[in-house]
Ligand binder design. Structure first.
Ligand code: SAH
Length: 352
């Protein structure tokens, strides 16, 4: 069977692999062994899966493709952050970021080719969504980076290009797979999904059996300003988002993070601190204040450090939990909001 006809291994849950094996007269417990080889021992050649019979190894070889996402380039930042550019099978390019922390290795995953949210400050929205990423392309980003670096990826943030809740089904399956103890075994509390605020999907996520930390990109404390910065606010205004996160909290008892990128003179003034504190009051919420990373196409400027501290302190003085995020990788355009759709210069047809 040619490579193209094979089933992509990274698109299968453990249960689906078990069913697949059963249908082909193999015992289902082998699925767990195969998962451990691939996801934990990073062995993707069935020939070397030594606890499997020759017959099963041949079957795996003939049936599945274990090939990793194709790495186009890797850029390394001064702080050791690495930006991976992957080439997908249909030629589209996506970016993922590896961040080294003292607590582990974190991968920032892209959820779509392009993005339709159109946030006024974010590079990812400069090119419209072309398509959702498949489960295997989501898992593939984490596996390819772990394998290439020979490291265990301990944390995943779905904060790359795209709106994860606009690719909901694949994202939920992705989280289940990377969380599975025979998969990458990444704890639910080590996975974070960030959404621009797709309210029905926040509600749905509250009812999933497996979920991650949830972060909401708020970025403005009133609807007028938020609509200007994030057009999605016309469909799902702040009040609706808070209703959804209250519901999420009632179902999960998990604290929600609100992300707030500081734009100089736009959303970083005293009135904004007070409005934001009022929104957060009485909620088990946490505000992650993010320094703005400059995107050359936009006129926004970052708030200076002193004002950023005033902003965080102002929230804390009003009893709101808040921290200032440390940004990594901005020198290689790998920081939040700097990932964008790129194209292959050798394949100009790919370009919009
Ligand atoms: N669509 C999702 C996932 C993107 S996550 C979402 O909106 O949450 C990326 C995070 O970085 C979001 O909070 C986004 O608003 C923020 N961001 C976008 N552009 C940025 C920039 N230039 N500097 C800092 N943060 C930015």
């Amino acid at each position: 069977m040619g490579e193209a006809n094979r089933v992509n291994f990274y698109g299968l849950s453990l249960l689906e692999l078990e069913e697949y094996l059963l249908r082909h007269d193999f015992k289902k417990f082998h699925a767990g062994q195969i998962f451990e080889w691939v996801y934990q021992k990073r062995m993707i050649d069935p020939e070397h899966m030594t606890n499997l019979s020759k017959c099963l190894r041949t079957f795996l070889n003939d049936t599945f493709s274990f090939s990793l996402l194709e790495i186009q380039t890797i850029h390394e930042s001064e702080d050791q952050t690495k930006k991976y550019l992957f080439k997908l099978e249909d030629g589209h390019l996506i970016e993922s970021v590896l961040m080294r922390h003292d607590y582990g290795n974190s991968v920032c995953v892209t959820s779509q080719v392009g993005c339709n949210m159109g946030c006024a400050f974010c590079a990812s929205g400069l090119a419209k969504k072309v398509r959702n990423l498949s489960l295997e392309e989501l898992v593939g980003q984490v596996v390819a980076i772990g394998t290439n670096e020979q490291i265990r990826v301990s944390h995943v943030v779905v904060m790359g290009t795209g709106e994860p809740f606009d690719n909901y089904e694949a994202i939920v399956r992705f989280i289940a797979l990377i969380n599975h103890d025979k998969g990458l075994a990444i704890g639910q509390r080590h996975i974070t999904v960030s959404t621009a605020g797709i309210v029905p999907k926040i509600m749905a996520y509250a009812n999933e059996p497996i979920r991650s930390n949830l972060a909401i990109s708020l970025h403005a404390p009133n609807d007028q300003l938020r609509t200007r910065l994030m057009p999605i606010n016309k469909s799902y205004p702040i009040r609706k988002i808070l209703e959804a996160t209250d519901y999420y909290f009632s179902k999960t008892s998990r604290r929600v993070t609100f992300e707030y990128v500081l734009l100089k003179g736009v959303n970083d003034q005293k009135e904004h601190i007070d409005q934001l504190a009022k929104l957060m009051k009485g909620r088990n919420a946490y505000v992650n204040v993010i320094p703005y990373n400059v995107v050359k196409e936009f006129a926004f400027l970052p708030t200076d450090n002193a004002q950023a501290m005033i902003f965080v302190d102002g929230l804390m003085k009003q009893g709101i939990q808040a921290t200032l995020r440390k940004e990594q990788g901005s020198d290689i355009a790998a920081a939040c909001g700097q990932l964008r759709r790129r194209w292959d210069s050798k394949n100009p047809d790919d370009c919009d």
